[in-house]
Ligand binder design. Sequence first.
Ligand code: SF4
Length: 332
Amino acid sequence: MLTVGIPRALSYYRYFPFFKTMLEGLGTKVVLSKPTGKRLVEDGVRYCVDDICVPVKLYYGHVLELKDIVDRLFLTRLVSVEKCDSDTYTCPKLIGLPDMIRSSIEGLPPIIEFVVDIQNRSIHSSARRLGEMLDTPPALTRKALSRAIDVQARYEGKLLGGLTPEDAMSAAFSGNGSSGGVRAGSGDGPAPGLNVALVGHEYLLHDHFISHNLPSRLSRLGSCVTYMTEVPPDVIEAELARYPEISWSYEKELLGSASYFLHREDIDGVMLVMCFACGPDSIVGEIIEREVRTESSPPLMTLVLDEHAGQAGVATRVEAFVDLIRRSRRKS
Ligand code: SF4
């Protein structure tokens, strides 16, 4: 059976249930790269240009991990991910990712490029193209697509219900209708007394190696974690009406959910997790700091991560933030 490698980075966190179900429905075997580790990061950094964000470096590392063990490599070109009246895009790196990979890594297996460009082409046409690349009959492609859409919808429902991507994927693949899985804050740590909202790209927050297990760390300190993936799209849209229009879809999600959390009374603190060398993040981070946060907002902390961020430094900052929240709660 033809093996197709999917890098466990970037679009994996948003669309893996769709991609896996689709590819398996087309008769291939999906091989997922291993979770990020030290060697993988070093490899990614070595092949990537210096001044690029760490999630793209990780993507390189995951591609290198797969390149000699699969028949085909599945790469995504995320151009636009929402249908709306104004022009919206992802970011230039996500749009040019397959070209960057092709031009800097030699000896790659044949590439299956999957384009997500919701503003200009339907997901059906991208799926049709995928079926043609794999020489599958149109009827089989249609069947695989219909199943992939269902599994993806289940996955997104689980994220909205508060699960992490890992737990939401398990539940979506098993067809489990219950909320299932474990939320940060429900583990072995002290009983959660604080509610901390985490705002940041899922490919950063949920890569345990690069985020230094941030959600579990907060959980161990007695915080229940609320993820931005729990904020429904219509709520984000309503929040965005207060701010200048921006065209990057993923940054809109950051801005809208940060605004929502910073105005909610049951949130004790908001942690904004950003990528070093990410232009869109730095602009939206400034808007959140200057325009969204008010005197009455809960404490806000910005944590910038890259491949050099040490575990001890992250731990100290997180502990200090949780202390600050506890102190500010005692005063109010
Ligand atoms: S949005 Fe930022 S972090 Fe994400 S890929 Fe683009 S530059 Fe990197």
